[in-house]
Structure formats: C-alpha cells, structure tokens
Design a protein around this ligand. Structure first.
Ligand code: NAD
Length: 405
C-alpha cells in the first residue's frame, strides 16, 4: 500500500547526548550499550524531566512510566490548577510552577512531558523545544495539523526530539501484525475495516468541561478516543490518499461528533472503512483482507486465515465459477515485549533516542498522521466533499475557527 511500512523515524535525530556536559558525554560513550530493537539501556545516566499538566487524570500512567525509567529524574511540575498541581508537587517532592514558560526558563529540563488538554499541546511543545528540551506529548499531538507542522519544525530547528505518546505501537500483537504485513504475509492488501466502539457516559463529559467541545479539543471521538485506532491504521498500513466521511452527534449532549463513519482509499487502490463511536459498546477490531488471507486484530486476540493458493492465482486459474480458495487457520508468532509496555515503553524509547541515538517509534511526523486523518474526516463531513491528502491546512484551520465561535 502507499506509504506502507514507513514507520521508521523520518524526524532528524539529534546527536546522542547532545545536551550533556563533556564529562556526562564521556559517561554516556563508555556506557552506551543498548539494544536498539527495544531501547533497553544499560547505564544510569540521568536526564532532568519536567511535567506540564501534572493534575491530569492520565498523570498516574506518566508517573509509572517515570518510575520505570531509571534515567529520568523528575525536577519540576506545572499546572494551571494551582491547588491540585501544588498537592501533586508536594507528594512528588519537586518544585511547582503555574506557568510552563516560567518552569522551562527556571529548570531548563532535558525532557518535558506535556499532558494538558490537546489545544495547549502545540504552544507548550514549541516553547519546550525552543528552550532546548526534548518533548513527549500526549495524543493527539495537537488539534489541527498546521499546529503539528509547527511543532515538527521547532523540533528540527532546535535539534530536539519530539515523541508522541501512541503506546499501542508497542503492543506485541500489533508488532506481530506489522511484521506479517511487512513480510508480505497477507499478499496484496485489498480492504481494511475498522470498528471502534468507545462507549462513554454523560458523566465523562460532565467531569471535564473541555471534552466534546470545539474549543476544548477540536473534535469529539476523532480527537479523543479515535487517535489510537487512526494511528494503528497509519502504523500498519500507511497513510491513505483520499477520505470521505460523515461525522454525526447522535446521542451525547456535546458540540462535537460522537460517531463517525468514513471511507479511505490508499494509493495502490486498497480501500477501507472506519467506524468510531462513543455511543456504542462492544469490542474494538480491525480486519485486514489481502489476497493471501484475512486477519482480525481484536483488543486482545488475533485470528489469521491464509488462502491457498493466493486469491489472485485462485481467481485466474480455478475452473469452478463459484470456487473458494482453501482457507487455513494459522498462528501468528507474537513475541513477548522485551522491556516495559504502555507509556513506560514510550518513555524508554525517547530516553534511548535522547541518550543513545535510537530511532523514535513515533516521532512528530508519525504522530501527525492520525491527526491529519481526523482533521480530514471532519473537513470532509462539514464541507460535504471527498478530501485528498495532504489536507489543505488553511482550509481546515478556517473551518475549525468557525466551529470554535
Ligand atoms: N495515551 C493515552 O492513552 C491517553 C489516555 C488519556 C488521556 N490522554 C491525553 O492526555 C491529555 C490529558 O487528558 P486528561 O483526561 O488526563 O486531562 P485532565 O482534564 O484530567 O487534566 C488536564 C490537566 O492539565 C491542566 N492544564 C490545562 N491547561 C494547562 C496549561 N496551559 N498549562 C498547564 N496545565 C494545564 C489542567 O489543570 C489539568 O490538571 C489529553 O490530551 C488526552 O488526549 C491520553
């Protein structure tokens, strides 16, 4: 498929240990043995780490990730919610700041985690990168793709790393599917079907006023729950070239979409459909149909059926007008993760990249892809047209500005 397996980083990688003093650099050089494939490190070189948005619900997973990263030394936290932020800072035993810029200027952290609501990701990331910090930003990378462009430019201009927290890229079964596709194990890809129920209650939207609003998150299910599934589409199958979508608000009392359905087309003619909703319950799944077989990736399981022979040969040679190819259930080799999972895996990868030049599994350019798909679907639905990618940045920003009024 077009753009298939471009998962390796295209962001310019800063030189390993570039922020370190001569003495620190020599320590890194002496101890720079790492397993590139997993990002596992064997030294205890510390990088000074700060967190913006420490009051976030998701902070507990970032705290676990910091605890599992021996090279991370938490040096300060920030939140516009002074009470909650100060409480967390006291628990952590680090200084508290109300403004990210003040913290960046004061502490000059080597690494900054940004876990605020998405509309703040872009500006805080640009500030942190400009201040000389590597950045790990929660998904989605930003709320519109023009902002992501500016974040990527800031990372490149300042020779810093920008990692996006798409932890599903580390799931062993996802890696197994990627390996299968990369080896041509499903033949030529014909169709992709993604169904993602992400049921959320009214209480979920009541608990945080920014959710489900154009100003607060720039979209609904596409901007909050959907980014993981959209990222997996890009990680496994590459960027589509064309999208037609309907976004609808079927049940929730929110401004933005709670349900979407879309058609995707890839450059080599493969097609796909995507359905996502916060008002449907059930199992999330992705089905990939190729000429060599079909694969169903569920939340925890994989079903793989292989065709014998390949469908293209079967269609060309089988004399039976209604004949089906032989279908054999096959097992997929799912390797145990060599290192931590979830957020901690993303941290481990960023630290390996910062200290030892490892490749980021999801850099700014990779992290921008799912946002571009989400923006394109909203644009398609609101303008009632099929959208070609890359998305018209100016057109989308104008639409979003109108929706935010
Ligand atoms: N990777 C994942 O699986 C995952 C899961 C949940 C949330 N997230 C992402 O994490 C982010 C936070 O989500 P949440 O639900 O935990 O948010 P939340 O509403 O619980 O918390 C956000 C925090 O950011 C603070 N904040 C807001 N603006 C700020 C600013 N300008 N500077 C400093 N602090 C600021 C708020 O006071 C609050 O404490 C979102 O982008 C969300 O999409 C990712």
């Amino acid at each position: 498929m077009d753009g298939l397996f471009v998962g390796s980083s295209t962001q310019k990688q800063p030189k390993a240990g570039i922020t370190l003093s001569t003495r620190q650099s020599s320590i890194v050089n002496r101890q720079s043995l790492i397993k590139e494939s997993t990002g596992l490190m064997t030294n205890t070189q510390k990088l000074r780490h700060a967190v913006v948005g420490v009051g976030a619900g998701i902070f507990s997973l970032h705290k676990d990730a910091l605890d599992q990263t021996p090279e991370a030394e938490l040096v300060g936290v920030c939140d516009v919610n002074t009470q909650l932020g100060q409480l967390r800072a006291d628990e952590l035993g680090v200084p508290f700041y109300q403004q990210a810029q003040v913290m960046l200027a004061d502490l000059k952290p080597d690494v900054t985690s940004i876990i605020t609501p998405h509309p703040y990701h872009a500006q805080i990331a640009v500030d942190a990168l400009t201040a000389g910090s590597h950045v790990i930003v929660e998904k989605p990378i930003a709320i519109h793709v023009g902002e992501a462009d500016r974040m990527i430019a800031a990372a490149e201009a300042n020779d810093r790393l920008l990692a996006v927290n798409f932890q599903h890229r580390y799931r062993p079964e996802v890696i197994a599917v990627r390996d299968l596709l990369q080896s041509g194990g499903l033949g030529k890809i014909l169709r992709v079907t993604v169904v993602e129920p992400w049921v959320r209650t009214a209480a979920y939207f009541r608990n945080a006023g920014w959710r489900g609003t154009w100003r607060g998150e720039g979209g609904g299910v596409l901007m909050n729950q959907g980014p993981h599934g959209l990222d997996l589409i890009c990680f496994l199958l590459g960027m589509p070239v064309r999208i037609t979508a309907w976004t609808r608000t079927l049940q929730h009392a929110i401004e933005t979409e709670d349900t979407i359905t879309a058609m995707f087309e890839w450059g080599d003619g493969a097609i796909g459909t995507v359905y996502m909703s916060t008002v449907e319950a059930g199992q999330r799944r992705m089905e990939i149909a190729g000429t060599g077989g079909t694969l169903l990736l569920g939340e925890r399981d994989i079903t793989l059926e292989r065709f014998q022979p390949d469908l293209l040969e079967h269609i060309a040679t089988n004399p039976n007008p209604f004949g089906r190819p032989e279908q054999v259930t096959a097992a997929l080799d799912i390797k145990t993760l060599d290192g931590p999972s979830g957020h901690a895996a993303v941290y481990r990868n960023l630290y390996a990249a910062a200290l030892h030049g490892a490749t980021l599994r999801c850099d700014g350019r990779q992290g921008r892809q799912s946002l571009e798909l989400a923006n394109a679907m909203i644009y398609s639905s609101h303008t009632n047209q099929t959208v070609d990618l890359p998305l018209d940045r100016v057109g989308y920003e104008a639409l979003l500005t109108r929706l935010q009024k």
